[in-house]
Ligand binder design. Sequence first.
Ligand SMILES: [Zn+2]
Length: 130
Amino acid sequence: MIVRPEPDRDSRPWWDAVRRHELTVQRCDACGRLRFPARAVCNACRSREASWTPVSGRGRVYSWIVNHQRFAPSMTEPLTILAVRLDEGDDLLMYGNLTEPAELCEGLPVEAVFTDHDGETLVNWRPLPG
Ligand SMILES: [Zn+2]
């Protein structure tokens, strides 16, 4: 069993970009502020006009959890789920699984990887070398 993403009006363009292996955030058309997760209104200026813009796919570990619950028979190892602050802004937080073992600490540089599985594409994270 796989838990499938359920895009809504605001997040559907993000999921469409992820399917193309592009990482994007919203940019306010009025004041230029970046925002994520997707929402209809700019926190800074209240404009409802926004566009989707690519980001580098790099960030730093903000926090994480290690899940030991086996949600599916295919899960053989504990699953580490990261909260990542994108390099483009401290208030741009994305979540995803850690794809390879790492000595985790707050601020560890990571990069996004796109994981295609069973017809879905998810954003996960791996440590940057060095
Ligand atoms: Zn704005």
